[in-house]
Design a protein around this ligand. Sequence first.
Ligand code: KG4
Ligand code: ZN
Length: 383
Amino acid sequence: MPPHGCERKRDQDVPAEESKSKPSGSPLVVLGIETSCDETAASVVSWDGAARGRILSNVVRSQLAEHRPYGGVVPEIAARAHVDCLDAIIAAALDQAGVSLADLSGIAATAGPGLNGGLVVGLVTGKALALASGKPFLAINHLEAHALTVGLTDGLPPPYLMLLVSGGHTQTLLVEDVGRYRRLGTTIDDAVGEAFDKTAKLLGLGYPGGPEVERAARSGDPARFPLPRPMLGRAEPHFSLAGLKTALRQRAEAAAPLSERDIADLCAAFEAAVCDVIADRVARAMELAEPAFGPGVPRWLTVAGGVAANKSISAALSKVAGEHGFSLAVPPPALCTDNGAMIAWAGAERLARGLVDGLDFAAKPRWPLDPGAPAAIGAGVKA
Ligand code: KG4
Ligand code: ZN
């Protein structure tokens, strides 16, 4: 373990010659801890240098029930819930994997971005376990873990393009290598999942809103309520959802009181607009990413985040990928949403490259993957 206080420079910190590292000798076995939002998760992953890793356990406890009455994640409630159950979740992950702390090669915990209280809970626990066991500690960027998941599930090597669409994030990212990421597009206002959640709330549907809106949209007519497609055709690859949400509210107010049919039609209109926007913004990211793929290099698009579960959105992505010569790789839903396996896998990738962290590594509620990307685009952009 490095001495305390020797945190390495974290952004863009993998020199090209180091980036092909694979574990040699015995497999790496890494515990991953995730507490950045409303899932308490722990997992053990092993990697013997083969293209993919092996998930030995993957335990996730969602806090949906605690947050549902408030229609969104309440940071204080989230942090307390992590404190209450993290020890048991880690014990279950080790138990199901059939390993003890002594068998681990390293301990990885999400250090950011996310809600500070939750991050501190996972980080302090990971550091304490590393200190007690004498194992290396790995502070993981949650976005990097999402970005690297297709390596774990499909053995897909960089470069590839990635769309992250969750309740807190909306980004297109070029994964050039492990540790080298270029953010192409981001949202200038709401995240896509957040827009689904707000739409559901407005229409009196439950939380989380994405699955509710998708269910209602199935029987709706997307053409009855025309909605705008913000940013469509714009050269900069960013997203904007706020105008769409406002237009939907105006349509809903004009049609009130809303019948089941009205709600279904509004949901269908909203979903269709989001599909068009995502397809257009991803197409623009593909154009911008083109120089990163040399001749003959396969072009891959991968997706992460809860919104990836939406069938219309994945169909739209599949279509736009095909039109631009890209193949689409979508990890299983349980690995698209927040989980410990992606943290353990990112930990294994970093450990194989000797990129371990000091026990003084502080939580980073804001931690963009691409330090070169502008921090703010328009009003209040999310990292
Ligand atoms: O990745 P995730 O589980 O958690 C974080 O945000 O970190 O994503 C949750 C988000 C919520 O906003 C939820 O409404 C959205 O993903 N979501 C969906 C669907 N399932 C979940 N959005 C659209 N369609 C879905 N089927
Ligand atoms: Zn996430």
